[in-house]
Design a protein around this ligand. Structure first.
Ligand SMILES: Cc1cc2nc3c(=O)[nH]c(=O)nc-3n(C[C@H](O)[C@H](O)[C@H](O)COP(=O)(O)O)c2cc1C
Length: 166
């Protein structure tokens, strides 16, 4: 199965997970979305980081170019992978694909370290009661996220796709 893994990444988390997942395929190309020049593949896996609750702009634009393809997706996010937020992100991204007739065969996601510059901005700009401010729960989540993707996340990405294409 000729597979393309096309990723968008700001700080490298999503690229790492996509590269780990790619080891599960025998015939695969892994490319930054901006380097994709054709869509002639049996399966296209899109990797995106989560920006304001959905795929980031570059990934979204790329997804809009896909029609009637067999697809899967990978995302990394600052929130916990088993959170309602992660579930909402999954559903939103799935919808971006299905509204153009694409067939989504699976997806994988894990937590990813949040850009320290963004954390610094949130610490400086917002009080603890603000939805993005540094309350103890949020600070703990930022610290937890900073350790991801870890080796376990990468192994799980590989295993997920190995099983999916079996
Ligand atoms: C501008 C910006 C917006 C973000 N928005 C969200 C968000 O809405 N929800 C979330 O869980 N994480 C959010 N994040 C965290 C990133 O999705 C997460 O750190 C991701 O792993 C970054 O991936 P990358 O290293 O591939 O760029 C945001 C990060 C940035 C920089």
């Amino acid at each position: 199965m000729k597979t393309l893994i096309a990723y968008s990444t700001l700080t490298g988390n999503t690229r790492k997970v996509c590269e780990a997942a790619s080891k599960a395929f025998s015939q695969v190309e892994v490319k930054d979305i901006k380097e994709v020049d054709n869509l002639d593949y049996d399966l296209i896996v899109v990797g995106t980081w989560i920006d304001k609750g959905t795929a980031d702009t570059k990934a979204k634009k790329f997804i809009e170019t896909l029609e009637n393809k067999k697809v899967a997706f990978i995302f990394t996010l600052g929130a916990y992978p088993d959170s309602k937020h992660a579930e909402d992100c999954t559903n939103k991204i799935k919808e971006l694909f299905t509204e153009n007739g694409n067939e989504v065969i699976g997806h994988y996601h894990c937590q990813g370290a949040i850009d320290p510059k963004l954390i610094e901005m949130m610490r400086k700009s917002f009080g603890p009661d603000h939805p993005h401010g540094p309350n103890p729960e949020r600070v703990k989540r930022w610290e937890d996220a900073s350790k991801h993707p870890d080796q376990n996340d990468l192994d799980k990405a590989y295993e997920y796709f190995k099983e999916l294409i079996k």
